[in-house]
Design a protein around this ligand. Structure first.
Ligand code: SF4
Length: 150
Protein backbone atom coordinates (compact mmCIF):
# COMPACT_ATOMS: atom_id res chain seq x y z
CA UNK A 1 0.00 0.00 0.00
CA UNK A 2 1.09 3.56 -0.58
CA UNK A 3 1.17 6.43 1.92
CA UNK A 4 -2.52 7.14 1.25
CA UNK A 5 -3.48 3.64 2.37
CA UNK A 6 -4.14 2.37 -1.14
CA UNK A 7 -2.28 -0.22 -3.14
CA UNK A 8 0.39 1.30 -5.28
CA UNK A 9 0.23 0.30 -8.91
CA UNK A 10 4.02 0.08 -9.03
CA UNK A 11 6.57 0.58 -11.79
CA UNK A 12 5.14 -2.10 -14.05
CA UNK A 13 2.11 0.10 -14.51
CA UNK A 14 3.94 3.00 -16.17
CA UNK A 15 6.08 0.74 -18.33
CA UNK A 16 3.13 -1.29 -19.60
CA UNK A 17 2.65 -1.05 -23.38
CA UNK A 18 -1.07 -0.64 -22.92
CA UNK A 19 -0.44 2.63 -21.13
CA UNK A 20 1.25 4.10 -24.16
CA UNK A 21 -2.18 4.33 -25.79
CA UNK A 22 -3.73 7.79 -25.48
CA UNK A 23 -6.69 7.80 -23.14
CA UNK A 24 -9.76 10.01 -23.43
CA UNK A 25 -9.67 13.01 -21.10
CA UNK A 26 -13.06 14.26 -19.97
CA UNK A 27 -14.09 16.43 -17.07
CA UNK A 28 -16.92 14.35 -15.66
CA UNK A 29 -17.86 11.14 -17.40
CA UNK A 30 -21.44 9.94 -17.39
CA UNK A 31 -22.19 10.58 -13.74
CA UNK A 32 -25.46 8.80 -13.06
CA UNK A 33 -27.05 9.65 -9.73
CA UNK A 34 -29.67 7.01 -8.99
CA UNK A 35 -30.81 5.36 -5.78
CA UNK A 36 -29.47 2.03 -7.06
CA UNK A 37 -26.03 3.54 -7.69
CA UNK A 38 -26.04 5.23 -4.27
CA UNK A 39 -26.87 1.90 -2.59
CA UNK A 40 -24.14 0.10 -4.57
CA UNK A 41 -21.64 2.77 -3.59
CA UNK A 42 -22.64 2.57 0.09
CA UNK A 43 -22.25 -1.23 0.06
CA UNK A 44 -18.81 -0.94 -1.51
CA UNK A 45 -17.62 1.62 1.07
CA UNK A 46 -19.04 -0.41 3.95
CA UNK A 47 -17.34 -3.56 2.69
CA UNK A 48 -14.03 -1.69 2.65
CA UNK A 49 -14.54 -0.45 6.20
CA UNK A 50 -15.57 -3.86 7.51
CA UNK A 51 -13.37 -6.23 5.52
CA UNK A 52 -10.48 -3.98 4.64
CA UNK A 53 -9.03 -3.83 1.11
CA UNK A 54 -9.08 -6.86 -1.16
CA UNK A 55 -5.91 -9.01 -1.22
CA UNK A 56 -3.10 -7.72 -3.43
CA UNK A 57 -3.58 -10.44 -6.07
CA UNK A 58 -7.27 -9.51 -6.43
CA UNK A 59 -6.39 -5.82 -6.75
CA UNK A 60 -3.72 -6.62 -9.36
CA UNK A 61 -6.11 -8.71 -11.46
CA UNK A 62 -8.76 -5.97 -11.33
CA UNK A 63 -6.12 -3.41 -12.28
CA UNK A 64 -4.96 -5.54 -15.20
CA UNK A 65 -8.50 -5.62 -16.55
CA UNK A 66 -9.01 -1.87 -16.11
CA UNK A 67 -5.66 -0.88 -17.62
CA UNK A 68 -6.54 -2.66 -20.86
CA UNK A 69 -10.14 -1.46 -20.90
CA UNK A 70 -11.67 0.89 -23.47
CA UNK A 71 -13.79 2.52 -20.75
CA UNK A 72 -10.81 3.70 -18.70
CA UNK A 73 -10.04 7.43 -18.78
CA UNK A 74 -7.89 10.00 -17.04
CA UNK A 75 -8.59 13.57 -16.09
CA UNK A 76 -6.53 16.55 -14.94
CA UNK A 77 -9.26 17.32 -12.41
CA UNK A 78 -8.21 14.49 -10.09
CA UNK A 79 -4.97 12.68 -10.98
CA UNK A 80 -4.96 8.95 -10.43
CA UNK A 81 -2.39 6.31 -11.30
CA UNK A 82 -4.98 4.11 -12.98
CA UNK A 83 -7.70 6.63 -13.82
CA UNK A 84 -11.48 6.44 -13.81
CA UNK A 85 -14.18 4.26 -15.30
CA UNK A 86 -16.55 5.80 -17.84
CA UNK A 87 -19.02 2.91 -17.63
CA UNK A 88 -20.03 2.72 -13.96
CA UNK A 89 -21.75 6.08 -13.56
CA UNK A 90 -19.59 7.10 -10.59
CA UNK A 91 -18.15 10.11 -12.41
CA UNK A 92 -14.96 11.78 -11.18
CA UNK A 93 -14.41 12.06 -7.44
CA UNK A 94 -11.75 11.06 -4.93
CA UNK A 95 -13.63 7.86 -4.05
CA UNK A 96 -14.28 6.95 -7.69
CA UNK A 97 -10.56 6.81 -8.48
CA UNK A 98 -9.77 3.31 -9.70
CA UNK A 99 -6.86 3.05 -7.25
CA UNK A 100 -9.51 3.40 -4.53
CA UNK A 101 -12.44 1.61 -6.13
CA UNK A 102 -10.43 -1.51 -6.96
CA UNK A 103 -9.62 -2.01 -3.27
CA UNK A 104 -13.30 -2.29 -2.30
CA UNK A 105 -14.48 -5.88 -1.81
CA UNK A 106 -18.14 -5.41 -2.70
CA UNK A 107 -17.90 -3.66 -6.01
CA UNK A 108 -17.73 -5.07 -9.50
CA UNK A 109 -16.99 -4.06 -13.07
CA UNK A 110 -20.10 -2.74 -14.86
CA UNK A 111 -18.90 -4.54 -18.01
CA UNK A 112 -18.49 -7.88 -16.22
CA UNK A 113 -14.68 -7.91 -16.49
CA UNK A 114 -14.14 -8.52 -12.77
CA UNK A 115 -16.43 -9.47 -9.92
CA UNK A 116 -17.05 -8.57 -6.30
CA UNK A 117 -14.58 -10.21 -3.95
CA UNK A 118 -15.86 -13.01 -1.74
CA UNK A 119 -13.51 -13.74 1.13
CA UNK A 120 -12.42 -17.30 1.83
CA UNK A 121 -13.55 -18.88 5.11
CA UNK A 122 -10.10 -18.24 6.62
CA UNK A 123 -10.23 -14.57 5.69
CA UNK A 124 -13.82 -14.29 6.95
CA UNK A 125 -12.67 -15.67 10.30
CA UNK A 126 -9.85 -13.13 10.39
CA UNK A 127 -12.23 -10.29 9.49
CA UNK A 128 -14.74 -11.33 12.14
CA UNK A 129 -11.93 -11.51 14.71
CA UNK A 130 -10.74 -8.03 13.69
CA UNK A 131 -14.26 -6.61 14.01
CA UNK A 132 -14.68 -8.28 17.39
CA UNK A 133 -11.39 -6.73 18.57
CA UNK A 134 -12.47 -3.28 17.37
CA UNK A 135 -15.85 -3.62 19.08
CA UNK A 136 -14.20 -4.82 22.28
CA UNK A 137 -11.87 -1.80 22.22
CA UNK A 138 -14.78 0.59 21.61
CA UNK A 139 -16.83 -0.93 24.42
CA UNK A 140 -13.83 -0.76 26.76
CA UNK A 141 -13.36 2.95 25.98
CA UNK A 142 -17.01 3.64 26.82
CA UNK A 143 -16.70 1.66 30.06
CA UNK A 144 -13.52 3.52 30.95
CA UNK A 145 -15.25 6.87 30.41
CA UNK A 146 -18.24 5.79 32.46
CA UNK A 147 -16.09 4.50 35.31
CA UNK A 148 -14.12 7.75 35.25
CA UNK A 149 -17.31 9.61 36.15
CA UNK A 150 -17.22 11.83 33.03
S1 SF4 B 1 -14.35 -1.09 -14.04
FE1 SF4 B 1 -14.69 -2.40 -15.84
S2 SF4 B 1 -15.55 -1.05 -17.41
FE2 SF4 B 1 -14.64 0.25 -15.84
S3 SF4 B 1 -12.52 0.65 -16.57
FE3 SF4 B 1 -12.43 -1.14 -15.21
S4 SF4 B 1 -12.62 -2.91 -16.55
FE4 SF4 B 1 -13.35 -1.11 -17.70
Amino acid sequence: MNKHGYYSVGKSYSSDDVLAKPLPKVEDPNRVLTVANAVKYAKAEISLQIQGPVPTEVFEERKRQCVGCEFRMVTDKIPDEIGFCRSCGCGVSERARLTVKLTMPKTSCPQGKWAAYVASDNRKTTVVAAIATKLKGAVQKVLDKLSGGQ
